[in-house]
Design a protein around this ligand. Structure first.
Ligand code: MG
Ligand code: ZN
Length: 226
């Protein structure tokens, strides 16, 4: 977590110091402004979180491909240094803004506010925000989106959800991706689902294979994008 700094003292005792309380408050404030901006322009915004390799980009590609006739879509792709994700999404027919965080490990509301300034918001209905690939700190930085979709792949093992409770508390939809590999990985998707529901009882859970498109209609339903 960004707010706790651990300091090991000379005597070998560890003390924790709370820091940047203000930074969270400020982010919260800007997130509310972003939310209002989206609403003013009748835009539905989805924040998409997941580890590197979980399939966030492939999932967005599928969503764009399936929804582009119905909605005018833009994607904001957060990445430390590359444009790989942005290029992949653009190729499916969305307007894509690449945000390089220059090593920063999460997007924050300030970044999104600045990004929204360069998008033509009146020409959009739907915005997908691909967060930076980690499941720790993005949980603490709401962006002002209406929904949080978490993409977890079965290749991340059976304990990935119980080990990251914070990210699931704020999530409305969970996609269990690479579902075709569940048997080979000896991971039980029903167990992952139960783990997520224990943390967030209202979460909608769908199984997907973003490579083939399996489960994408169900995901669109879960996101209420019909
Ligand atoms: Mg990606
Ligand atoms: Zn971070």
């Amino acid at each position: 977590m960004h707010n706790m700094k651990k300091i090991v003292t000379e005597e070998g005792k560890t003390i924790s110091i709370q820091m940047n309380r203000n930074l969270y408050g400020k982010n919260e404030e800007l997130a509310k402004k972003n939310w209002a901006t989206f609403n003013r322009h009748h835009i539905h915004a989805v924040d998409i979180l997941g580890s590197i390799g979980s399939g966030k980009t492939s999932t967005i590609q599928q969503l764009v491909f399936n929804l582009k006739e119905r909605y005018r879509i833009a994607a904001i792709a957060g990445d430390l240094t590359t444009t790989i994700d942005a290029d992949r999404i653009r190729e499916k027919g969305a307007n894509v803004l690449q945000v390089n965080t220059d090593g920063g490990c999460h997007l924050d509301a300030n970044i999104i506010q600045n990004t929204l300034k360069v998008l033509d918001l009146d020409s959009l209905d739907l915005v997908f925000i691909e967060n930076v690939g980690n499941l720790i700190c993005p949980a603490s930085f709401p962006l002002g989106a209406h929904q949080r979709l978490v993409v977890v792949s079965v290749t991340e093992g059976p304990y990935m959800i119980v080990k990251h409770p914070h990210i699931f508390q704020g999530a409305s939809v969970l996609a269990i991706n690479k579902i075709d590999l569940a048997k080979a990985m000896d991971v039980d998707p029903e167990q992952l689902k139960a783990d997520a529901r224990r943390i967030q009882p209202n979460i909608h859970v769908v199984s997907t294979n973003a490579r083939t498109g399996e489960g994408i209609p169900e995901l669109i339903d879960a996101l209420k994008l019909k």
